[in-house]
Design a protein around this ligand. Structure first.
Ligand code: ADP
Ligand code: MG
Length: 469
């Protein structure tokens, strides 16, 4: 593949140090430039000998550890002095100034206690840089809604690249896709010496676009094609991103041919993604596709109990039941209700009681997701238009008088909101996503036979638009 180029790892290392260190510390010491790469080494340039000695002592091991985490390879770092003369004649003066500043800082030892041990030379694996520490299998409650996905996930982290490859985990917002995906990464990271990359489809896209602009696409390719386990979150983001799809297609093939594990998540089944190249779609559909369903009442209670324990707070069981009863759509909402109660209790220094919880969470229970148009608005408008009750529209009845308007509501919701059929199913009385798909199909068929229906749909659109104003 020609000469090595570790620049992309250096850039990412810099990004991460920027987040990990205080602004002052970072801007003071990370004034280094990438120069070139050797076989398993990298050369950085620094402004002076003094600087080089300080940085070597303080950061070399840490930089190397980071590069190892990012690249999966042992890359040693060397420093070269490169005086930055150009620009103004004042350069020399500036240099002295900044060195004086460094000198002072060192004497001050405000940022670094002098007896602080250097990073150990042995590179032990710390936390994975891109994975959340708490997204583990231990913290993931397995219920009937997710047990198949969870078990497949455990199997993948124990034996990546074998039985379930690739794997796509799909389901509505806040049902644990990211948690599960990162749990795979965390376990494999702990138990195996392998290179794991976690990236959201959005960041993958942005990084790719940036690499085109900076003419570093080769580095980009190297980075992703070097992974043992590649985790790409939220691939629905790739809709319409033609070039990124193309790039991912090739990345996929390279990894797949090398038996590397590839895992994706998506907020809907792949068949429902629009503007996706057929060949990429067929890659996503290969291997294992598993879905996460909303948790049952019992599982919701178990999840809440676990979160309460993890935070070490006291919440009475009747409050847990209250939340679990009222919030059924997803786990993220469960969690945020809990967070709200805990914050309130801490603020007021009063224990959480059933009564205070009811009061606190009234708003949360009442209103569905904030969005331009809510599904509830659509349902209410459509129900009213067809002289039905809102409850019937969402309910179980399957008479023609109800099911046609219900299908209309589904169809319109599909048209004008971003909700997936999985989510819509939930909002329509806990129906399966296939029911929503079927409903929309029915309307499409009728539209063909009965073009006047289009007028009705237009009318409904207008009513929905005017509903809130
Ligand atoms: P998604 O990626 O599907 O939108 P997340 O993985 O971000 O959802 O999950 C939302 C929140 O709910 C996270 O804080 C996650 O830890 C939590 N969560 C989801 N499912 C479970 C579960 N089965 N057990 C414990 N926590 C869960
Ligand atoms: Mg997610």
């Amino acid at each position: 593949m020609g000469t090595w180029d570790y620049n992309i790892f250096w850039k990412e290392a810099l990004n991460q140090f920027k987040n990990e260190l205080s602004e002052q510390e970072f801007s003071m010491w990370f004034n280094m430039d990438y120069e070139t790469s050797g076989d398993s080494s990298m050369l950085l340039s620094v402004p002076s000998g003094f600087y080089r000695d300080q940085v070597k002592q303080r950061y070399q091991a840490r930089i190397e550890t980071k590069l190892f985490e990012l690249s999966g390879q042992h890359i040693t770092v060397d420093f070269e002095i490169k005086q930055r003369i150009q620009k103004e004649t004042k350069a020399e003066e500036n240099k002295t100034e900044s060195e004086m500043y460094l000198d002072k800082a060192v004497k001050n030892t405000k940022f670094f206690t002098s007896d602080k041990q250097q990073e150990p030379a042995v590179r032990e694996r710390g936390a994975h840089p891109q994975l959340r520490k708490d997204y583990t299998f231990d913290n993931f409650v397995i219920g009937e809604n997710n047990s198949f996905a969870a078990n497949a996930a455990i199997a993948m982290s124990k034996n990546p690249g074998t039985a379930y490859n690739p794997c796509l985990i799909y389901g509505g917002v806040g049902l644990g896709k990211t948690h599960l995906m990162q749990a795979i990464g965390n376990l494999a990271w702990k138990e195996k010496n392998c290179k794991i990359i976690y990236v959201t489809a959005e960041n993958f896209t942005n990084e790719f676009i940036r690499s085109i602009g900076e003419k570093t696409t080769q580095e980009f390719k190297n980075k992703y094609r070097n992974a043992d386990i590649l985790l790409i979150d939220d691939i629905h983001f790739l809709q319409k991103k033609i070039e990124t799809q193309e790039e991912l297609f090739h990345t996929f093939n390279a990894l797949y041919d090398a038996n590397k594990q590839i895992i994706f998540t998506c907020d809907r089944p792949v068949s429902e993604l629009k503007n996706l190249s057929e060949r990429l779609r067929s890659r996503f559909e290969r291997g294992l596709n598993v879905d996460l369903q909303p948790p049952s009442y019992e599982t919701r209670c178990a999840i809440l109990t676990k979160k309460v324990e993890a935070r070490g707070v006291q919440i009475p069981p009747e409050v847990i039941n209250l939340i679990a009863k009222n919030i059924s759509s997803n786990v993220r909402d469960l969690e945020s209700s809990l967070t709200k109660l805990i914050a309130y209790a801490e603020l007021t220094k009063k224990p959480v009681t059933l009564e205070s919880a009811q009061q606190q969470l009234r708003d949360t229970f009442g209103s569905p997701k904030q969005n331009n148009v809510t599904i509830e608005t659509i349902q209410k408008v459509v129900a009213e238009y067809f002289s039905l009750s809102y409850t019937d529209l969402k309910g179980k009845k399957r008479t023609k008088a109800v099911s046609f308007p219900r299908q209309m509501a589904m169809y319109i919701a599909r048209e004008i909101t971003e909700y997936s059929t999985t989510e819509l199913g939930m909002e329509f009385g806990g129906r399966d996503h296939t029911t929503v798909m079927h409903g929309c199909q029915k309307i499409e068929e009728r539209l063909k036979a009965e073009p006047s229906l289009e007028t009705t749909i237009q009318k409904l659109h207008k009513l929905i638009k005017d509903y809130n104003s």
